[in-house]
Design a protein around this ligand. Structure first.
Ligand code: PCA
Length: 327
């Protein structure tokens, strides 16, 4: 009899949502914009598994890939407003909100992954401050492989980009398009294949990984490995959702996030080599840029950096100084 009463009391508590201890489960939605097979997505998936294991299933995070919950430009805001508990966004797309988000899209500033990681450390304090004001916490950020130029026709100089319908993903890529006389069109990664197939775009700048993920060789013929910059995705959590966890769960999330950051940067390096092979196998000509193209892009890059510095003011200067001092 006593046992029955206890059982029913538990049932009542559970039904009212008061289940506590090991049986309580918190569920989070994690909005992302890239396909499930992409390396960022795989990394996020492992993060989710790590958190679930470390909390014995008490914190269950459901990743939503391929912009199925929110489109990339809306993900950051969705986390801020609590419509998604977690989200992944492409930092340089948010440069108009905070110039610092665009620092990893500045041409030829970071030459390699080591540089890119140091640039990230220089960006982090100001990013964390802004995100905190917006009710978010930065969990980790992971670099895409270096960015190169995909085209239908061969290009030997910036003049060959003139008039081209040029896919852009950030204020900087749009500005580069303008400076070379191309026609910038904003297209999200999720809509890339369709935009190419329908002729909305004829060229773009993105990574080997995104080229391989989207089989860009089906519509484009050349990839110029210009290594223009190494941009990042940031993964954030809604602050209220995080603060509602108990201390052990918070620690589990932070620990899994640190592991995801390390694993993600390593995966990015590996994916670059693999993706270049995939492009070649698909029939794409993977080439180094000509000296003329390099010189033209360097000139355009200088203009873009100057304009960014004017907008970013003292904070931008502090960031660049701290990046250079870390060399
Ligand atoms: N791929 C994403 C972001 C940067 C990259 O390499 C894109 O093209 O949208």
């Amino acid at each position: 009899m006593k046992r029955r009463i206890l059982l029913s009391a538990t049932a009542v508590l559970a039904a009212a949502g008061f289940a506590s201890g090991a049986s309580a489960q918190t569920k989070w939605d994690f909005a992302t914009a890239y396909p499930a097979f992409n390396f960022h997505s795989k990394n996020n998936e492992q993060f989710v598994k790590d958190v679930e294991a470390a909390t014995s299933g008490a914190l269950k995070i459901t990743p939503h890939f391929g912009a199925s919950l929110f489109k990339m430009p809306d993900i950051k805001r969705a986390v801020q407003t609590g419509n998604a508990h977690m989200g992944e966004f492409f930092m340089v797309s948010f440069q108009n909100e905070l110039p610092l988000f665009g620092a990893d899209g500045l041409p030829f500033l970071a030459a390699d992954y080591d540089d890119a990681f140091r640039l990230y450390q220089a960006q982090k304090p100001q990013m964390q401050k802004l995100l905190d004001k917006q009710g978010q916490i930065l969990l980790y950020a992971v670099a895409w492989p270096p960015q190169g130029i995909y085209t239908k026709k061969p290009i030997n100089s910036a003049a060959d980009l003139k008039g081209m319908k040029w896919r852009v993903y950030s204020p900087t890529t749009a500005r580069i398009g303008e400076l070379v006389g191309a026609q910038p069109v904003t297209i999200q990664e999720a809509e890339l294949s369709q935009a190419l197939a329908t002729g909305v775009i004829e060229g773009l700048i993105t990574s080997s990984a995104t080229g391989a993920d989207n089989k860009l060789f089906e519509n484009l013929k050349y990839y110029y490995n210009v290594q223009a910059w190494i941009p990042k995705n940031a993964v954030v959590v809604n602050k209220k959702a995080f603060n509602a966890l108990d201390k052990a769960q918070q620690d589990a999330v932070l620990k899994a996030a640190a592991a995801a950051e390390e694993r993600g940067w390593k995966a990015s390096r590996e994916v670059d080599a693999r993706a270049l092979d995939t492009l070649r196998q698909g029939g794409m000509q993977v080439e180094q840029p000509s000296a003329q193209l390099k010189a033209d892009l360097a000139r355009v890059g200088d203009t873009v950096i100057k304009e960014w510095q004017d907008k970013a003011g003292a904070e931008g200067k502090a960031l660049l100084d701290s990046f250079k001092a870390s060399k």
